[in-house]
Design a protein around this ligand. Structure first.
Ligand code: GDP
Length: 447
């Protein structure tokens, strides 16, 4: 999934004392670690957000690698290492240039790295120190190497440049691959995004913690559902302005926007015991604006009281406060009990299919004609707007262009009426649509 993961991830590997930590500090400028995972792994996963040459990336550290495969901890360490390599865009293999030979641990590590098939840069660290021949490092089997000195900050910029070259610049909205959807889980902290992801992957790749805001950045996993591959991303929980420092909030918000931009379908995760807050509305609005598929997962539905159920409080909140995305399907789920998780995946796949559908121009025009005949657009002053023709001009996101005279004079409420008419005749559940009004009548003649 790494070629689809748009924020590149550079993973540092090496044996203890190779100088990995100092190199990490140089590469990240000592910025705070944003993900800890103590709950599910024997070792922490640490991701460091960086911005090099105006590109966002993550640098991920791994524990110093030792080779004693009979110890359980080391086996676990290898599993973790493989997971890190799987997610990596490129790998930095750190060695101490002054060491006279290659150790067994380095050989084993190099094999694991080579098996991952990821591009690797061998960083010959401590290059400031006296050293002789470095030919023995060729035994590791890597083509590119670079001399660096973490202590003297030498070669660091070169290393960054090389790494960025290994990470293809992502299009904000890359082309969709058939049977593969990029799905982002978005929502406030603590609504259960990581728990859901965990429930789907049954793996350690997502993080669950009762502490708000533990998961500040995306963590991804790939699952298969009915022959469809879903690349699931758990996103930074957004915080209410004022609650936290400006930097962190800005960071989360930009990341959230980035993740939305890179997804096909967004799952807005709500907490059933407190659904549809202002922040939830804000995220839903962002998803709609971006034209991404939207499925609402009302999580923790196991925790809804019988009294609330009887009074239909949940339904009322959802229909009232998320009225502007009324077309989005919602599924009551529980990451804890597993309720409706399959149904949620079904919905995601269906929304994906609707998002990429191509509608026939003649069908669309039939709908337009019916709509304008039964209710023509109102005049605005002396202007009498008229609409003659509609065609779909984009899928994923879905966009229609409408042609006519004085389209600028068409009232907002009429636009909404047209959208509703389209939705009445075409199954567009979970799909935001954009109507573009143009003043020239230009049949494309493509059918
Ligand atoms: P995130 O910040 O959105 O990723 O939320 P987490 O996945 O870390 O979950 C936050 C808290 O909610 C944790 O204590 C979870 O155990 C709890 N939680 C998550 N899903 C459910 C659920 O379906 N039902 C209940 N009752 N609690 C849940």
């Amino acid at each position: 999934m790494n070629n689809t993961q748009s924020i590149p991830r550079f993973v540092l590997v090496g044996i203890p004392n190779a100088g990995k930590s100092s190199l990490l500090n140089r590469l990240t400028g000592n910025r705070a670690v944003i993900i800890h995972d103590k709950a599910h792994t024997t070792r922490d996963i640490t991701l460091h957000p960086v911005e090099w040459a105006e590109r966002a990336a993550y640098v991920q550290d791994t524990p110093g690698f030792t080779s004693s495969p009979d110890s359980e901890i080391e086996t676990e360490a290898q599993v973790q290492l493989k997971a890190a390599l799987h997610e990596a865009t490129a790998v930095v293999f750190v060695v101490d240039i002054t060491s006279p030979g290659v150790t067994d641990a380095e050989r084993l590590l190099a094999r694991l790295v080579r098996q991952s098939g990821k591009p690797v840069i061998l960083a010959l660290n401590q290059a400031d120190k006296k050293h002789g021949d470095t030919a023995h490092f060729r035994a590791l089997g890597f083509e590119s190497s670079l001399e660096v000195s973490a202590h003297h900050a030498a070669g660091i910029d070169d290393l960054k440049t090389h790494l960025l070259e290994l990470a293809p610049v992502s299009d904000e909205s890359p082309q969709h691959t058939p049977n593969q959807w990029r799905v982002a889980f978005l929502g406030r902290p603590n609504v259960g995004k990581s728990s859901l992801l965990n429930a789907f992957t049954h793996a350690n790749s997502a993080i669950v913690s009762a502490e708000a805001g533990t998961t500040r950045d995306p963590v991804s996993a790939t699952i298969t559902h009915n022959d469809t591959q879903l690349l699931l991303t758990d996103t930074a929980g957004m915080r209410r302005p004022g609650k936290i420092g400006r930097d962190i909030e800005y960071f989360s918000l930009t990341r959230t926007k980035q993740v939305i931009a890179q997804a096909d379908i967004c799952v807005l995760v709500l907490d059933a015991t407190d659904p549809a807050t202002a922040m939830d509305q804000r995220i839903a609005g962002m998803i709609r604006e971006a034209g991404k598929g939207l499925v609402i997962a009302v999580n923790k539905s196991d925790a809804v009281t019988e009294e609330d159920k009887r009074r239909g409080r949940l339904d009322k909140r959802l229909t009232r406060d998320l009225e502007f995305v009324w077309w989005a399907p919602y599924v009551l789920v529980s990451a804890t009990t597993g309720l409706n998780l399959d149904e949620l995946l079904d919905q995601i796949c269906e929304v994906g299919n609707r998002l990429t559908q191509k509608l026939l121009t003649r069908e669309l025009n039939k709908i337009l004609t019916q709509a304008t005949v039964s209710r023509p657009p109102a005049s605005s002053g002396l202007l009498r707007p008229k609409l003659n023709y509609i065609t779909q001009t984009s899928s994923n996101p879905i966009e229609f262009s409408l042609f006519g005279t004085h389209p600028d004079a068409i009232h907002f409420s009429y636009r909404r009426y047209l959208e509703n008419q389209l939705r009445e005749h075409i199954d567009l559940r979970g799909v935001p649509i954009k109507l573009i009004f143009k003043s020239k009548y230009k049949p494309s003649g493509d059918e």
